[in-house]
Design a protein around this ligand. Structure first.
Ligand code: MN
Length: 204
């Protein structure tokens, strides 16, 4: 197990970061068939989400710049990162600035998963967490770059991925109010100004 965490340790100064050293004996999950996973929201130099799957005594890890996709139509980048120690399942806190991955880390979701496939270049799992439940596939595209997408439709109906661009609504002519006997004219106020289109992806 020591070899698997070599890259993890090489990137970190145990005196400077509160993250686990990876030297504690690995504690396995309760059941042999279900392994644990965690998704950490990591406010490092660039906000991303870290997906970690318990596998062969360590946490196989990917950094997801846009988080876990909720809908099968979304294909998202997942960058393979170094294996992390199992104690990292519970880790959250402040990684000091200047340390590797410096910034705040929250646990965004955690749970268990079932494995359908776990190969060096393709991983298919069914995640069972509080926020994420569904069947996901990760596959290597080139080097450390992988993609992640959801295979089954989300449980909530009617969820569609946010389009890349949304045209703001412009002012347009409406009907005049009903005419009154004493009305000499009718008018409609045109509200000018700046239009803003906020978007929010559920769960991020
Ligand atoms: Mn990270």
């Amino acid at each position: 197990m020591a070899d698997k965490l070599e890259r993890y340790r090489a990137k970190r100064d145990p005196g400077a970061t509160p993250e686990p050293t990876g030297r504690a004996p690995a504690k396995r999950g309760k059941s042999k068939n279900t392994a644990r996973f965690v998704v950490q929201e990591h406010h490092a130099s660039h906000l991303h989400w870290d997906l970690r799957l318990e596998h062969e005594g360590v946490l196989a890890s990917w950094a997801l710049p846009k988080g876990i996709p909720a809908h099968p139509k979304e294909n998202r980048l997942a960058v393979r990162t170094e294996d992390h120690p199992l104690e990292y399942l519970d880790f959250h806190g402040e990684i000091p600035k200047g340390s590797y991955g410096g910034g705040t880390m929250y646990i965004w979701d955690a749970g268990t998963y079932e494995t359908e496939k776990f190969r060096d270049n393709e991983v298919m799992v069914v995640l069972d967490g509080e926020r994420v439940s569904g069947k996901y596939v990760l596959f290597q595209t080139k080097g450390k770059n992988w993609m992640i997408y959801r295979m089954d439709p989300p449980a909530e109906e009617g969820i569609e991925p946010m389009p890349d661009t949304i045209a703001p609504m412009f002012a347009r002519l409406g009907g005049l109010p009903p005419e009154r006997d004493d009305a000499a004219f009718g008018y409609e106020v045109k509200w000018d100004g700046v239009r803003a289109v906020p978007t929010w992806t559920p769960g991020t």
